[in-house]
Design a protein around this ligand. Structure first.
Ligand SMILES: [Zn+2]
Ligand SMILES: [Zn+2]
Length: 304
């Protein structure tokens, strides 16, 4: 570290260590010290190396910057793909804090603030290895980190993440409204949310909800395939019916959910068919194009 200051002991040596021991007699007098001052009379304790400390601090800042960027990038990308759906869902949410659009703004804001702060205050200190000044910024670091933690559930963006925003309103949006007008990918996201809601309903009816705390179990939230999720929920019902004596009203409710799951199953099939048709028509267009080109080449070569 060529920028290091000379030690206060006048030995002409640069400081290498930091005194982190409060009980040390030189804790306040000589916070940073050189190799020669690392002795029994000056600092009779294990030394912490400045270069390593400042490397660690710099690594922490860089990890925070990376996370903030990934968070914003992921949310932005998801918004790009699903904006019409997200707008509909946001429209049903009354608490501004719970809206996706708010989270998007918050994540951009946080990312920009961290970058600006890093460039203005942290970067130079890292380059100079100014460990004391770097450590003085720890409170800023912690407050950024706290804000980051509040948004971090969205870093792995997908149905399970936005479920946290929309679990209360998902039943206020009719499925046909989504299926009729949105992309297949957005429809899938929506059907995931509907399925999570049905899962909670199953658990509530079969009284297993106390275990799950009004949330679908992690294994359900982790499904990445909608069809598999549908099968898993069907199995929840089968198991519940086999394992416990259900009252007539419970059975009626379970039957209702079973038919809802059936609707979702049909919707998934419909989406797949739509996608297959789309792929086929793309292929057909391509073939038509090639055929036209072939005909053109044939007539061109016939001229000579
Ligand atoms: Zn010294
Ligand atoms: Zn000391």
């Amino acid at each position: 570290m060529e920028y290091m200051k000379l030690c206060s002991c006048n030995s002409g040596e640069k400081v290498v260590y930091q005194c982190n021991k409060q009980e040390c007699p030189n804790f306040t007098k000589q916070k940073l010290y050189c190799l020669r001052c690392m002795n029994e009379t000056m600092h009779n304790h294990l030394a912490s190396v400045i270069a390593i400390q400042s490397q660690n601090t710099s690594d922490d800042w860089n990890a925070l910057r990376r996370n903030a960027k990934t968070l914003f990038d992921n949310i932005k990308m998801f918004n790009l793909f699903h904006k019409p759906l997200l707008d509909i869902l946001d429209g049903k949410v009354t608490n501004l804090e719970q809206k996706f659009q708010t989270k998007l703004e918050e994540s951009l804001n946080l990312y920009q603030k961290i970058e600006a702060f890093y460039k203005e205050k942290v970067h130079n200190l890292v380059v100079r290895g100014d460990i004391l000044a770097l450590q003085a910024l720890n409170q800023n670091f912690q407050s950024f980190k706290l804000k980051m933690q509040g948004l971090e559930f969205l870093i792995k963006i997908g149905p399970a993440a936005i479920w946290k925003l929309y679990s209360g309103i998902i039943n206020d949006v009719p499925t046909h409204q989504i299926l009729e007008s949105f992309s297949s990918q957005s429809c899938e996201v929506f059907l995931f949310l509907k399925s999570f809601k049905l899962c909670v309903a199953i658990l509530q009816i079969t009284k297993a909800i106390s275990v799950a705390g009004n949330e679908p179990p992690q294994e359900i939230l982790e499904h990445s395939n909608l069809m598999d999720l549908n099968c898993a929920l069907q199995k929840y019902i089968t198991d519940a019916v086999q394992e416990q004596e259900l009252s007539n009203s419970q059975i009626a409710k379970i039957d209702h959910i079973r038919s809802e799951l059936g609707h979702i199953y049909t919707n998934i099939m419909f989406l797949r068919l739509k996608e297959e048709n789309k792929a086929q028509s793309v292929k057909l267009k391509e073939l038509e194009g090639r055929f036209a080109q072939f005909e053109l080449n044939k007539s061109n070569s016939a001229q000579y």
